[in-house]
Design a protein around this ligand. Structure first.
Ligand SMILES: *[C@@H]1O[C@H](CO)[C@@H](O)[C@H](O)[C@H]1NC(C)=O
Ligand SMILES: *[C@@H]1O[C@H](CO)[C@@H](O)[C@H](O)[C@H]1NC(C)=O
Length: 925
């Protein structure tokens, strides 16, 4: 939805200029630990491993590490640590380092990991000359150097792939007690600059635990580029940060966020990937506190060449990175790839893949802040039908509530919510309503009364209910860390507790960074207190976590409770759909994301591609941007290009700010409306393809929307391409994202393997050969199908996806140079969990010049679909067959065929094959 906008407009004169107010947000220098750690550049690391005390057991290595005073002659031990390295399945290692007997336990991030990671084996290979070598069950080696501590991970060729602490920037700040001194007979606490409190603007952070930061440098020999650590607005490939700000990860509601920036915005996913022609590897920094990441790419021209030689020993390529977090444990996962797909899978194996979404959620969504009343909703719904534009979901923003009290309806504007919902669902449509985590502090509001009585709110630094300012005015925030609060929240979604809702009403959790209009950096103060499970008799710091520890996973706690509530309300029968704005590692297990409050400007349309790609690499494939732009009004050309782009992005929703001119598709000139309709129809025609991609994502955890280098990892020019992407490995999409162009440059990968790409509009083949120029009129969306693939389509477009469930398929077969192709298709009821009981079809379709065969991959499963095949289009055929026959269920039928174009597109007309059963079509020549 939105940000501070309305409030600002209410309080201040509108300046007219668009853009972020950077004064509201910290630079690294204004963030105590970032400034402190960035300046920490010792010549030599002061951590030394004591090889006398190493233990290896099952998959674990424990070693004592001493932090020594390098200035002292005898290397006095200042602090003692224990280093833990564990081998996990799927070529992943975990490295943790903690103080021995800390003053109190550090916070361990709670929700990122899907399960306890599965152990592999770890065995010692050698121990000599101050180096200890261990290996996992696949023989992948880890070399630990004692003095100073350095950890190298070797690839399967035995070459160094990842190095920790090579730059000596590993640091675990020891927890210390506040120093006291005698002053005039009293004992007073010593104020050390910044250690026990810091200020930002008018806000004071009391830092009751003092400094507790951690840092680690991670080097990637041979890497060309690094990617990941969303959410930011600069390119997909990360840039060198030496002469500017590091990338920041701190979930924030940034009003009018800017492009090409490393500033933090709504989501923070601390996973980084390094890629080059040799290998792809990754590190997952398992930490939910504020984090900054520096990157140095020695090949990108901004690093002085003398330094390049010094650091890389003459190697051309190398990227180094450094993670710095304010608190939490030093706990990092090293994923050794070695292909892009391997490393993306390794990450989703740790944090989970998105489960199969309900099918409607992949269709078109219509939103606005706000559809003002029931008549407005009815009008928008009817206009989609009047104008023959398919749509699945209408959305209600905050104004549907009784004065921003969530789980209530405005009784004047929405007196009959159940009937309104029933009217939508009669056409197969759904409703999504917004539910934010702030709670209006109003006497008589049941959520507020319950939360107050039961102590369910986040507390301030003194232990009182924290009060901030958000949409409802004075608000407090539910403390989802308390299991009783999450349970209470989940129960609010029961149909009887939220009248007017049904299984067809889904949820939008917005403002969950959390957004606090009057808080530091528009969020919650870091010294606010959260629930912590503790023993009776525990005191002080042992009885709560601070907001600083959990900040980046606050929203994840909320959507987890929402998700549970939506499951419970239907006794686990229906799949929930949730949209969230804030995101952390693991968010993909519960919700889709969008890129927040963008603007109707070409730059934001262009940015939607790398932003969603970056989120997809970090596990969040279900991503989109506000189509048309949230702030400002899109002129017809921009609106058209945005619909065309959105139709090929996973989450496809139009949205707009309350103060902008209405812009539903029929409100433009008929010529523009026709183009918007065409974009939506293209989406609906491919809905089964999208659904199959998401089913496969749920199984393999690979990005749905993927960069070209995922499939063509050795093709160097693809490493920095972020305006073009693949859907699965089948379609290549190059949306038009600039004004007034008559052609775009499209990079077609796969020249070396003789790949052919077919324009999906004309079936014209293009041999892959790097860049080519594609002409684009206003109706053209450059999309290409890879030769060797089969894509299912449904061409009879109706009002909603539900009404198309049993429609027939068109199969588009695009042949490769060997005259073969294959594809998959997934079919089920679209909304329940019956697929877990084998009520689905997951089938493969293979084409050779002799036959096309449709067979079930999972032979135990079946689904009684009434769909059948109405057309098969075969593009790139060299020798057309003379005859074709369908064999299904013992019957054999002769089929009609037509040749098109320069006789290289063959259409098999009305095969009539039922999709509920396997079939074969054989060709004779
Ligand atoms: C539901 O649809 C009927 C028939 O079009 C209409 O009369 C009624 O007002 C609608 N109800 C709501 C709440 O929109
Ligand atoms: C064609 O088949 C050969 C032999 O199986 C294979 O090596 C080659 O990669 C294939 N070409 C394409 C374009 O798939």
């Amino acid at each position: 939805m939105k940000t501070l906008g309305l409030l600002l407009v209410g309080l201040l004169a509108i300046s007219g200029s668009f853009g972020v107010d950077k004064n509201n947000f910290k630079s690294c220098d204004q963030s105590g630990f970032c400034k402190r750690l960035r300046a920490f550049k010792p010549e030599k690391s002061h951590y030394i491993v004591d090889f006398e005390n190493v233990m290896i057991q099952d998959n674990l290595l424990f070693a004592d590490v001493n932090a020594v005073d390098l200035e002292s002659e005898s290397k006095t031990v200042l602090f003692r640590y224990v280093l833990k390295i564990s081998a996990l399945v799927d070529s992943t290692f975990r490295v943790e380092m903690e103080e021995v007997n800390p003053l109190y336990p550090r916070f361990a991030t709670m929700l990122a990991l899907k399960d306890t990671p599965i152990a592999d084996q770890l065995k010692q290979v050698s121990k000599k000359d101050g180096q200890l070598v261990v290996a996992n069950s696949k023989g992948l080696k880890v070399v630990i150097t004692a003095d100073p501590l350095k950890i190298e991970f070797l690839d399967k060729e035995g070459e160094v792939a990842v190095v920790l602490n090579e730059q000596s920037q590993m640091l675990v700040e020891p927890l210390v007690q506040r120093a006291k001194k005698e002053e005039g007979g009293d004992t007073v606490e010593v104020e050390e600059e910044g250690q026990w409190g810091e200020n930002f603007k008018s806000h004071h952070d009391s830092k009751p635990r003092g400094n507790e930061a951690i840092s680690l440098d991670v080097s990637f020999p041979d890497a060309d580029q690094v990617y990941g650590i969303p959410e930011h607005t600069d390119g997909l490939a990360l840039s060198t940060t030496t002469s500017g700000e590091p990338y920041r990860l701190y979930n924030l509601d940034v009003f009018e966020y800017e492009l090409d920036s490393r500033m933090a915005i709504y989501g923070s996913i601390p996973v980084l990937y390094a890629h080059g022609s040799k290998r792809t590897v990754g590190v997952f920094w398992h930490n939910s506190a504020e984090t900054w990441v520096d990157v140095v790419n020695y090949a990108d021209g901004t690093v002085v060449s003398s330094l390049v030689n010094l650091v890389t020993g003459g190697h051309k390529r190398r990227v180094t990175s450094r993670f710095m977090s304010e608190s939490g444990l030093l706990d990092t996962f090293v994923m050794l790839g070695d292909t892009p797909a391997d490393v993306f899978r390794q990450y989703t194996r740790l944090t989970g893949a998105a489960p199969l979404p309900p099918k409607f959620s992949l269709a078109y969504h219509q939103c606005r802040w706000n559809y003002v009343d029931e008549a407005d909703v009815r009008g928008v719904d009817e206009n989609f039908d009047l104008h023959d534009i398919p749509a699945d979901v209408l959305w209600l923003d905050i104004e549907y509530t009784d004065r921003k009290k969530y789980f209530t309806w405005d009784a004047q504007k929405f007196p009959h919510p159940s009937e309104m919902v029933a009217n939508l669902t009669a056409k197969g449509r759904k409703l999504v309503v917004i539910i934010d985590p702030h709670i209006k502090r109003e006497a008589g509001y049941f959520v507020h009364e319950d939360a107050t009585d039961r102590g369910y709110y986040v507390k301030d630094k003194d232990g009182k209910d924290y009060e901030g300012w958000c949409w409802p005015g004075s608000s407090s925030y539910l403390d989802f860390l308390n299991p009783a609060v999450s349970k209470y929240y989940s129960e609010r979604f029961r149909f009887e507790n939220f009248p007017g809702t049904s299984k067809d009403v889904h949820i939008w959790n917005d403002m969950n960074e959390p957004s606090v209009f009057n808080g530091p950096e528009i969020t919650m103060p870091k010294d606010c207190r959260h629930y912590r499970e503790h023993e009776d008799g525990a005191e002080g710091l042992h009885t709560f976590w601070e907001h600083r520890h959990i900040h980046n996973e606050y929203g994840l706690f909320q959507i987890r409770a929402t998700h549970q509530g939506m499951l419970d309300r239907s006794d686990g029968k229906y799949r929930p759909f949730i949209l969230t704005r804030s995101a952390f590692s693991g968010t993909q297990r519960y919700a889709a994301v969008w890129t927040g409050d963008n603007a109707a400007e070409w730059g934001f349309l262009a940015a939607s591609v790398p932003m969603c790609l970056s989120l997809a690499l970090a596990g969040l494939s279900f991503c989109g941007s506000d189509v048309g732009g949230f702030f400002k009004y899109p002129e017809p050309e921009l609106m058209t290009r945005w619909y065309q782009a959105g139709a090929y992005q996973p989450f496809f929703r139009a949205h707009s700010h309350i103060e902008t001119k209405r812009r539903e598709p029929w409100l433009y000139e008929p010529a523009t409306t026709a183009l918007l309709r065409d974009a939506n129809r293209r989406r609906y025609a491919l809905l089964d393809f999208w659904y199959t991609l998401f089913y496969e994502h749920a199984r393999d955890g690979l990005p749905v929307m993927r960069p070209l280098w995922q499939e063509y990892p050795k093709e160097q020019p693809t490493y920095t391409i972020d305006d073009t992407y693949l859907l699965g490995n089948q379609l290549l999409v190059r949306p038009v994202v600039s004004a007034g162009v008559s052609s775009v440059q499209v990079y077609l990968p796969g020249a070396e393997s003789g790949t052919v790409w077919y324009d999906v509009d004309s079936y014209q083949p293009h041999k892959a050969n790097g860049y080519f120029s594609q002409e684009v009129n206003i109706a053209k969306i450059p999309v290409y199908q890879r030769g060797g693939t089969i894509v299912p389509r449904k061409e009879r477009v109706r009002r909603s996806s539900a009404l198309m469930a049993h429609d027939p398929y068109t199969l588009v077969v695009a042949l490769d140079a060997n005259n073969t192709a294959q594809g998959t298709i997934y079919i089920d009821d679209g909304e329940t969990y019956e697929y877990k009981k084998n009520k689905f079809i997951y089938a493969k379709i293979t084409y050779t010049s002799e036959e096309i065969a449709y067979s079930f991959i999972n032979e135990k499963a079946s689904f009684p679909t009434k769909s059948w095949v109405e057309r098969i289009v075969i593009a790139g055929i060299k020798t057309p067959p003379k005859a074709a026959r369908l064999q299904q269920a013992g019957a054999s039928v002769a089929l009609q065929m037509t040749l098109h174009k320069g006789n290289d597109v063959l259409v098999v007309r009305k095969p009539g094959a039922a999709m509920a059963q396997p079939w074969t079509i054989s060709f004779t020549y």
